[in-house]
Design a protein around this ligand. Structure first.
Ligand SMILES: [Fe+2]
Ligand SMILES: [Fe+2]
Length: 484
């Protein structure tokens, strides 16, 4: 008999490694929630491929090595479940006013509302991205890419399960109500939108999908990293396992953009075009010109920065002080982990100028997480530029200034260009289309979104991947399409 505590119990309706069988109240609550979830998946999950066989990975263990098993699955039959990383014995609260006390195994009464709110906000993003991406299957540039889209989608569904488990297990009646509400809101709906702005935007094409998984799933990573530090141990353990799944989403984004860039550069070279700004000539080759790729990056980066909230935030201070949400890699930072006497430089708009101001480190935690995010996001951009450089094309993708195109925080009331120069309304209106995709750019990209569903084939605008998923060869049929 297998007594590996990392292994997942797949016997019941809900796969889990939390001994759900010994917890009839929570098991019943989740079983009651399950049909509503399946209804949501059928209504709002990937459109048109629910009967198809998709080569998906499913977690069979939470051991970092080899936790996934690959097989053909119909998405509605995916084994969504509750998976927590193993408990660390004697774990202590790593930061805040309770630093050094034993980590909470139950919800501390005084922080109940704050904790529930953090879980609900995280939970709301998970189904939102599935809703945003539901139309993309129909225009997949290959079966490989289609499979990756669906893998991301089912895992975002599982992330919703992860947050719903916490709500059902630890928050009683109001947790149940929140779990229901997570199935009711809809991305972009005028009356019942998702909670955060970027999750109500459209993901209209595959370049947007890759940018979203690169930039916006990376916000997910930062939030999960901060919550993985939580003194509330079940939240910490949940987020630690979610992070292992999240890594694949960002891989899909980074390599997706890399392959688009690669294809563009190859086509330019073959046609003898060396000027990347000769947009018309490049587009005639059926690939996406580099300046348009830059505009898409500008859009998704700036929308994602809004997810970090106000630079100066009492909520963030309170959540840290209470020991609920830490900093990025709190456990590797060398300071007192309480920050009551520290300051942190925050980029602000002061007297019409963008400048740094030292503010209390506790109130600057959103800013700090955002700074860590920008550093992390820049790493992959460097790798994109390596590809362009190898082709000798004089162009570099750059992340825009943090004041560019913002709707939340210090810079939401002004216009700035990608270098952080403030612009009048008139100047912004004149230059906007130099920085963000114009209607013409969108139409062009849309014209390229022709499906390519033959194994081993790829749409004109994207290069094949270097390696297959699960080391499968190029001709592997990642999705066996079955009409419903
Ligand atoms: Fe997620
Ligand atoms: Fe994700």
């Amino acid at each position: 008999m297998n007594i590996n505590i990392a292994a997942v119990d797949y016997d019941g309706l809900i796969p889990n490694n939390v001994a759900l069988g010994d917890d009839p109240r929570v098991k019943r609550a989740l079983e009651k929630w399950h049909p509503g979830y399946i209804d949501w998946w059928n209504d709002m999950g990937p459109e048109g491929f629910q009967a198809s066989l998709v080569y998906l990975r499913t977690a069979i263990s939470v051991d970092p090595k080899g936790w996934a098993k690959f097989d053909y699955v119909r998405m509605p039959e995916y084994r969504w479940g509750v998976l927590l990383a193993p408990q660390h014995a004697d774990r202590k609260i790593p930061f805040g006013r309770h630093k050094g006390e034993p980590a909470w195994q139950d919800v501390p009464g005084e922080y109940r509302a704050m904790l529930r709110r953090l879980i609900v906000i995280q939970g709301d993003t998970e189904p939102a991205s599935v809703e945003q991406q539901r139309h993309l299957g129909k225009t997949a540039p290959s079966l490989y890419d289609m499979r990756n889209l669906f893998q991301v989608n089912v895992e975002e569904g599982r992330h919703l399960w992860a947050m719903v488990y916490l709500l059902q297990k630890y928050f009683g009646t109001d947790g149940r109500e929140e779990a229901e509400a997570l199935l009711q809101r809809r991305s972009g709906h005028p009356d019942t939108p998702r909670m955060l702005g970027a999750f109500n935007e459209k993901t209209p094409d595959w370049l947007s999908f890759f940018m979203f998984t690169y930039f916006t799933d990376r916000d997910g990573k930062m939030q999960l990293e901060a919550l993985a530090q939580s003194g509330f141990d079940p939240l910490s353990r949940t987020c630690r396992f979610m992070l292992t799944e999240e890594a694949h989403h960002m891989f899909v984004g980074e390599t997706g953009v890399t392959r688009v860039i690669q294809r563009t550069c190859e086509a330019m070279k073959a046609a003898g075009i060396s000027d990347p700004t000769n947009i018309e000539a490049v587009r005639k080759l059926g690939v996406i010109d580099l300046p348009t790729i830059q505009k898409k990056a500008n859009l998704h980066f700036s929308l994602t920065l809004d997810l970090f909230g106000n630079e100066i935030s009492t909520n963030a201070a309170n959540a840290f002080h209470a020991g609920l949400k830490g900093r990025y890699r709190e456990d590797r930072l060398k300071d007192d982990h309480q920050l009551e006497h520290d300051t942190y430089p925050v980029l602000r708009l002061i007297d019409g100028k963008i400048q740094n101001e030292d503010v209390s480190a506790l109130s600057a935690l959103n800013m700090r997480l955002r700074d860590d995010y920008v550093v992390d996001a820049n790493v992959g951009v460097g790798r994109w530029n390596k590809v362009i450089e190898e082709f000798g094309i004089p162009f570099q993708i750059k992340l825009p200034h943090v004041a560019f195109h913002r709707h939340i925080g210090e810079f939401s009331g002004v216009h700035a260009d990608v270098d952080g120069k403030l612009l009048s309304d008139a100047e912004w209106n004149q230059k906007r289309n130099d920085y963000l995709p114009s209607d013409g750019d969108k139409d062009f990209i849309e014209s390229l979104m022709q499906p390519q569903f033959e194994p081993a084939k790829f749409a004109s605008w994207i290069a094949p991947p270097k390696v297959g998923i699960d080391n499968k060869p190029g001709e592997f049929e990642y999705v066996k399409i079955v009409d419903a």
